[in-house]
Structures are given as structure tokens and as C-alpha cells.
Design a protein around this ligand. Structure first.
Ligand code: CAA
Length: 258
């Protein structure tokens, strides 16, 4: 991998975008590497949570790489967006392993869109967030028009997208766009605290819960049906037997993810 760094500590996988001189902008290669890293992490039974962050002091990700698409045609623009949705943004949103975005600086355009694809977001109080695409004559193309409205409501999403302005981490927190705001030095430890809490729980049940939540976002009535199916499916897992036995035997559960 040329553009990302992958580390593992116990059951937590760390994926760090490492193009700090370009403010971690997402070029096609970085998207491909991230896609592979997320898929491999999700297939690895030992990994129970993933933390995504950006290298350097300044940026989480300052967007899609503008230098790459500045001379694109209509067809190429459509293809860039479609490929991004499929290979990375929808992939992350639908992983069975929870992903926590640790937003250490600018999260703009495709950067905020990737953070919004993650299951949980935590931001440093220095972070700035926004979807500045209309200032470039384009629109958010990696799911931003949909996921921002889901997270903060249509009115606020419209304001953020149409003004192309940046909001502070604190403002993002107040509108539910990020779950927590920390001092820069406390960002990773807060993300790890949440990841470790997740690691205690049943990976199978976590995967099923993610599926049910996502199904409802696509289609409300389908979401309730998916919940019923996923709830039933959980009863067939070893994790369910282990979780309920551990409770009844007054001991800690040791989940295997089966
Ligand atoms: N794409 C490509 N390169 C980028 C970039 C991006 N999105 N963001 C920053 N860079 C590069 C700059 O070109 C510069 O590179 P050079 O030194 O080679 O010139 C380097 O990173 C440092 O950036 P700045 O000198 O601009 O740093 P700054 O501190 O003055 O400003 C900033 C920081 C406000 C984040 C500014 O860099 C900026 O506005 N970046 C663009 C943000 C943006 O518009 N993002 C949306 C992209 S479009 C998109 O994401 C489409 C989509 O939805 C699919």
C-alpha cells in the first residue's frame, strides 16, 4: 500500500490515509487501497473494530483529488462517482465490522462523505467539516447529498451543501454529525475506548444490527422486516448461545463471531 498505513493492536485495525502533503485527498489509487484494506479487515475474524484517520496535523481528508478530475467529461464524472460509491463508500457503510472515523482535521467533500459512511464519528476540536463541492461547480458525489440529510436533517444539509461553508467540530456535534468532540491529543484514545467497548460484544449480532439499521435507511418498511429477519438469524448463532449462557452463568461472554 502506497497511500495508506495499516496497523493492528489486539482486535482493533487502524487505517490511516497517508498523503499529508496533499491533505490526504482521495485519488483513485487511495480509494482502491482503502477498498482493499476495508475488505480484508472485514474478512479477518480477529478484527472487531476499525479506526479510520488521516496522517499529519492538518487533515482527515480534504476531499476527492481535484487534480484528477479537473478535465473530466460528463461520462467520466458519472463513472468516478459510481465507482466510488461501489468500491468504497457503500462498502464501508455496509461492512459487518464497525468503523469509527477519528476526524483529526479537515473533513471536506469526499472526506466528510467517507466519515459519514463510517458507523461512528469522533472529531478533534480543531476539525473543520463541510461539503464545498458547489464552490467548484460540482455536487457531492460520494453519497454526501443523501448521508448528510440522513444525519442532520434536510434543512441543515441544504445549508451546508448550498453555502459550501465549513462548520466547526462543536457545531457538527450539536447537529449530530459527530458523536463526540475531544482535544486533539485525546482523539485516538476516545476512539479506542469506543472500539474496545464494541470488541466486548457479539460480532455476529453487531453485523446483523448494522444490516437492519442500513436496510431502514434505504426503505423504512423494509427496515422493520430486515430487523425481524436479522433478529431471528441471531438465534442461530454460536455468539447468541454464548451471550445468553454467559449471562445466566454470571460470567463474561467470550464471543467467537460464529
Ligand atoms: N484535491 C487535491 N489536492 C488537494 C485537495 C484536494 N481536495 N485539498 C488540498 N489539496 C492540496 C493542495 O492543492 C496543496 O497541494 P500543493 O502544495 O501541491 O499545491 C496541498 O494539498 C495543501 O493545500 P493548501 O495549500 O490549499 O492548504 P491550505 O491550508 O491553504 O487550505 C484547505 C486547506 C482549505 C483544505 C484547501 O486545501 C481546500 O480548500 N482544499 C479543497 C477542499 C475541497 O474543495 N474538497 C472537495 C473536493 S471535491 C469532492 O470531494 C468531490 C466529491 O464529492 C466526489
Amino acid at each position: 500500500m502506497e497511500n495508506i498505513i495499516i496497523d493492528t493492536d489486539e482486535r482493533i485495525r487502524y487505517i490511516t490515509i497517508n498523503r499529508p502533503e496533499q491533505l490526504n485527498a482521495l485519488n483513485v489509487e487511495t480509494i482502491a487501497e482503502l477498498s482493499e484494506a476495508f475488505q480484508l479487515s472485514d474478512e479477518d475474524q480477529d478484527i472487531r473494530a476499525i479506526i479510520l484517520t488521516g496522517s499529519g496535523e492538518k487533515a482527515f481528508i480534504a476531499g476527492a483529488d481535484i487534480k484528477e478530475f479537473a478535465d473530466f467529461t460528463i461520462g467520466q464524472g458519472k463513472e468516478l462517482s459510481a465507482r466510488g460509491h461501489e468500491t468504497l463508500f457503500n462498502l464501508v457503510a455496509n461492512l459487518q465490522t464497525p468503523v469509527i472515523a477519528a476526524i483529526n482535521g479537515y473533513a471536506l467533500g469526499g472526506g466528510l462523505e467517507l466519515a459519514m459512511s463510517c458507523h461512528i464519528r469522533i472529531a478533534s476540536d480543531r476539525a473543520k467539516l463541510g461539503l464545498p463541492e458547489v464552490s467548484l461547480g460540482v455536487i457531492p458525489g460520494y453519497g454526501g447529498t443523501q448521508r448528510l440529510a440522513e444525519l442532520v436533517g434536510k434543512g441543515r444539509a441544504m445549508e451546508i451543501i448550498l453555502t459550501a461553508g465549513m462548520i466547526s467540530a462543536e457545531e457538527a456535534h450539536q447537529m449530530g454529525l459527530v458523536n463526540h468532540v475531544t482535544f486533539p491529543s485525546g482523539l485516538m484514545s476516545r476512539a479506542e475506548e469506543i472500539a474496545r467497548q464494541i470488541c466486548k460484544n457479539s460480532p455476529r449480532a453487531i453485523g446483523l444490527a448494522i444490516k437492519a439499521v442500513n436496510a431502514g435507511l434505504m426503505n423504512k418498511s423494509r427496515g422493520y422486516q430486515k430487523e425481524i429477519e436479522a433478529f431471528g438469524e441471531a438465534f442461530g448463532t454460536e455468539d447468541f448461545k454464548e451471550g445468553t449462557s454467559a449471562f445466566l452463568e454470571k460470567r463474561k461472554a467470550a464471543f467467537t463471531g460464529n
